[in-house]
Write a protein that binds this ligand. Structure first.
Ligand code: HXC
Length: 515
C-alpha cells in the first residue's frame, strides 16, 4: 500500500472537514448557527452517519474558481439513522460559496435522492443556500432541474422533508417547496425567489429579509412552511417527532407503537364540549387532545389558516392524520387557505397509508367578493377532490354543523368515508336555519303581521326538522350517532376494523386535480 496515497487521503479528509475555513466557520457560529456537519450530528443517531462524496470538488474554471476548489463543494451527503430508522440526508454548507449550488453539488444531492428512492427511505434536506452558483451559469441551473425532477418523481414514494436553516434564495426554495414538509427557525431562516435587493430594484419596495421571507411570513401568510421552531435544536426534535409518524415509503404502513392509554377510555368532559347555543364557538383542539393517546398531537401548520386544524396523533398506538374545522376561527368556515392547507395534507396522508380522521363543524364556505374573486370555487374543489380520491381508511365525526357543500367536502359518506359518526348535537342541512328561512319564506315574512315573531317560529320549525343528525341517520349517510364521551373508544374501534382496508381508484395515468 502506498503511504503517499494514505497521507493524501488523510490530508483530503482533513480539508473536507474544514469546510470554508476557520474564519467563515467562526462567522457562521457567531450568527448562532451550527455548521453543516454539526447539524447532521445533532439530527441523526450518534455515530450512524455515513458520508458519500466527501472529496467531491467543483469543476468550474471561470472567474478564478480554479483557485478555490474546496472539498465537499458545499454540501454534505449521506445516510444515517433517526430513532433507529434509516434515512438519506444532505446538509448544505453556507461557509462554502454561501452553500450555492454548483453542478457537482447538485450531482451529490441527486445521488443521495436516488439512494433514498432505491432503498425506500425518507430524504431529509438541511438547506442553507444562495441558490444557483453564479459562476457556473447554466450548469448550475441544470443541476437544480435535476433535483426538481427527482423531488417530483419521489413525491408520494418516500417522505421528503426540508429544514431551512438560513437564507435560501432563488432555486434553493423550489426544491423545499415540492417536498412534503418545510421547517424553519424563527429569525434565522429565510426563503425568497428574489432577495430584498432585487425587489427594491424592480418594484421599489423596501423590505427586510425577515419581512420578505422569514419564518413568520411563510408559516402564517404564504403557507410555504409547516413548522416554526425557536432554534435548531428545537427544529431537530420536531423533525424527529414528525418522522416517528411516517412510514419509510408508500408501500409500508405508518409505525404503530405500544400504548398505555386505555383504548376504551371514556372522555366525560366532552359531553359539555359543544355549547347549547349553536352560535357559540368552542375549541376543537379540546376534543383532539382529550381523545388521542396521552394527549399527544403534532399540529401541522398551526399558524396558517387557523380555521382548520390538522396534524398527527395516535389512537391505541395507531397513527392517524386529523383534519378538523375550528369553530374558534371564522366560525370554522372553509376559505381558500383552509382548503389548500387541508387538501395537501389529505393527499400526503393518502400517499403514505395514514388513516384520516375528520372532525366536522362547518357552517359552509366563507362568503365574500374577495373569496369568490380569488377562486374559492377552484380551491375548495381541491379539498373535495383530495378527499374523494383518498383510499386510506376515512373516519368522520360530525360534532355540530355540517352545512351545504362543506358537508359534502368534509369527508362525507358520499365521497367514500368508511364510517360517518355524529354527536346528537350535529346539524346536517343545506344551510343554517336563519338563512334557510330567509330564502324559503321570503314572501310569507314580507306579509306577516309580526315578521320577527314569525321568523323565530319558522327558524324553530326548521331547526327541529333539519338541524339534527336524525334525517342523515335515517338515510344511512350517518352510520351511528354516538355520545361524546365514547369518542375515543369509537375511533379506536373503527381504526382497528379498517386496518385491512383495500381500495383502489380506476386505472388511468393520473387525475387532474383543479390546481
Ligand atoms: C455564488 C454565492 C452565491 C451564489 C452567495 N454566495 N450566493 N456565490 N453563487 N448564488 C457567496 C458570496 O459571494 C459570499 O462569498 C458567500 O457566499 C456568503 O455570502 P454573503 O452574501 O456574505 O452571505 P449572507 O450575508 O449570509 O447572505 C446570504 C444570501 C446572499 C442572502 C443568500 O448571499 C445572496 O443574496 N446571494 C445571492 C442570492 C441569489 O440571487 N442567488 C441566485 C439565484 S438565481 P465570500 O467569498 O465573500 O464568502 C437561481 C436560479 C435558479 O437560483 C432558478 C431555478 C428555478
Amino acid at each position: 500500500m502506498s503511504t503517499n496515497n494514505i497521507d493524501k487521503l488523510q490530508q483530503l479528509n482533513v480539508e473536507a472537514g474544514e469546510a470554508g475555513g476557520k474564519e467563515r466557520t467562526r462567522r457562521q457560529r457567531a450568527k448562532g448557527k451550527q455548521t453543516a456537519r454539526e447539524r447532521l450530528e445533532a439530527l441523526v443517531d450518534p455515530g450512524s452517519f455515513i458520508e458519500f462524496d466527501r472529496l467531491a470538488v467543483h469543476d468550474c474554471y471561470d472567474f478564478t474558481m480554479q483557485e478555490r476548489r474546496i472539498r465537499t463543494d458545499g454540501v454534505i451527503c449521506g445516510t444515517g439513522r433517526i430513532d433507529g430508522r434509516q434515512v438519506a440526508l444532505f446538509s448544505q454548507d453556507a461557509t462554502i460559496f454561501g452553500g450555492s449550488l454548483s453542478h457537482r453539488h447538485a450531482a451529490k444531492i441527486c445521488k443521495v435522492m436516488d439512494f433514498a428512492q432505491n432503498n425506500g427511505i425518507p430524504i431529509i434536506g438541511l438547506n442553507e443556500s444562495g441558490g444557483a452558483r453564479i459562476q457556473e451559469g447554466v450548469r448550475s441551473l441544470a443541476g437544480y432541474a435535476d433535483i426538481f425532477l427527482r423531488n417530483t418523481l419521489l413525491s408520494g414514494m418516500v417522505p421528503q422533508i426540508s429544514a431551512v436553516l438560513g437564507p435560501c434564495a432563488g432555486g434553493a426554495v423550489y426544491s423545499p417547496a415540492i417536498t412534503d414538509f418545510v421547517f424553519m427557525v424563527a429569525q434565522q431562516s429565510y426563503m425568497f425567489v428574489t432577495g430584498p435587493e432585487v425587489v427594491s430594484t424592480v418594484t421599489h419596495e423596501s423590505v427586510t429579509m425577515e419581512e420578505l421571507g422569514g419564518a413568520a411570513v411563510h408559516n402564517s401568510q404564504s403557507g410555504v412552511a409547516h413548522f416554526t421552531c425557536r432554534d435548531e435544536e428545537n427544529l431537530f426534535t420536531s423533525l424527529r417527532a414528525l418522522l416517528s409518524f411516517l412510514p419509510a415509503n408508500y408501500m409500508e404502513k405508518p409505525p404503530s407503537r405500544p400504548c398505555n392509554d386505555p383504548p376504551e377510555r371514556q372522555v366525560p368532559e366532552l359531553d359539555q364540549l359543544v355549547p347549547e347555543n349553536p352560535h357559540k364557538p368552542y375549541d376543537i383542539k379540546r376534543l383532539i387532545l382529550a381523545t388521542v393517546d396521552q394527549g399527544e398531537f403534532l399540529e401541522v401548520q398551526p399558524d396558517y389558516a387557523q380555521n382548520i386544524v390538522m396534524g398527527f396523533a395516535r389512537y391505541d398506538g395507531m397513527v392517524v392524520g386529523i383534519v378538523a374545522n375550528q369553530p374558534m376561527v371564522l366560525a370554522g368556515c372553509l376559505d381558500i387557505n383552509a382548503s389548500l392547507k387541508a387538501a395537501r395534507f389529505v393527499r400526503f396522508l393518502d400517499c403514505f397509508n395514514i388513516p384520516i380522521l375528520t372532525l366536522v363543524d362547518v357552517p359552509g364556505f366563507l362568503p365574500g367578493v374577495d373569496q369568490e374573486h380569488h377562486g374559492i370555487i377552484r380551491n375548495g374543489a381541491k379539498l373535495l377532490y383530495a378527499y374523494a380520491e383518498a383510499t386510506v381508511p376515512k373516519i368522520t365525526l360530525i360534532t355540530r354543523k355540517a352545512y351545504g357543500g362543506a358537508y359534502d367536502v368534509m369527508c362525507s359518506k358520499h365521497i367514500r368515508a368508511d364510517v360517518n359518526m355524529a354527536f346528537p348535537t350535529a346539524e346536517i342541512a343545506v344551510m343554517g336555519p336563519e338563512g334557510a328561512v330567509n330564502i324559503i319564506f321570503r314572501e310569507e315574512l314580507k306579509k306577516a303581521a309580526d315578521p320577527e315573531k314569525r321568523r323565530a317560529e319558522l327558524v324553530k320549525d326548521y331547526r327541529d326538522k333539519f338541524a339534527n343528525p336524525f334525517v342523515a341517520a335515517e338515510l344511512g349517510y350517518v352510520d351511528e350517532i354516538i355520545l361524546p364521551h365514547d369518542s375515543r373508544s369509537k375511533i379506536v374501534q373503527w381504526l382497528k376494523i379498517l386496518q385491512g382496508k383495500r381500495q383502489s381508484n380506476p386505472p388511468k395515468k393520473h387525475g387532474n386535480i383543479p390546481l
